[in-house]
Design a binder for this molecule. Structure first.
Ligand SMILES: [Zn+2]
Length: 134
């Protein structure tokens, strides 16, 4: 697995642990529709292609079910416009887009050195040794 994919996999585990819901027996829910999901995916609010520096920033990521919302977001522009964007504004506040774009401009490029540092940080958070340990 590529380094960036390892980082995404670790981040997914961290977010699943951090964003557990009391409304689901597994604690895993889609943050867009609220339904329980076995394996939530990383939904990038500002997309990975145009905003690669936000790819591993939790503030740009929702946990989402693939079939209930993530897939539909990518294939149905009405669903994106009528359901997903309003939900993001509800979760992040009305200025979410401007705030995320400022964040993007302050983040370092995800080169190999930066990815190695992030992987180490995520690993220590997951194992309970780092700052903000789980
Ligand atoms: Zn959903």
């Amino acid at each position: 697995m590529k380094l960036i994919e390892q980082c995404e996999d670790l981040l997914r585990k961290i977010l699943i642990a951090e964003r557990r819901s009391p409304h689901s027996s597994s604690g895993r829910v889609c943050q867009i529709c609220g339904n329980p999901v076995a394996n939530p995916s990383l939904f990038h609010i500002l997309n990975k292609k145009d905003f690669p520096r936000l790819r591993l920033d939790a503030r740009n990521i929702l946990l989402a079910g693939w079939w209930c919302c993530h897939y539909k977001f990518h294939h149905d522009p009405y669903f994106a416009r009528d359901v997903v964007w309003p939900r993001i504004a509800e979760l992040l506040g009305p200025d979410w887009e401007a705030q995320l774009k400022v964040l993007n401009s302050t983040k370092p490029k995800l080169d190999m050195l930066e990815l190695s540092k992030i992987r180490l940080d995520f690993q220590s958070r997951l194992s309970g040794r780092g700052k903000g340990a789980l």
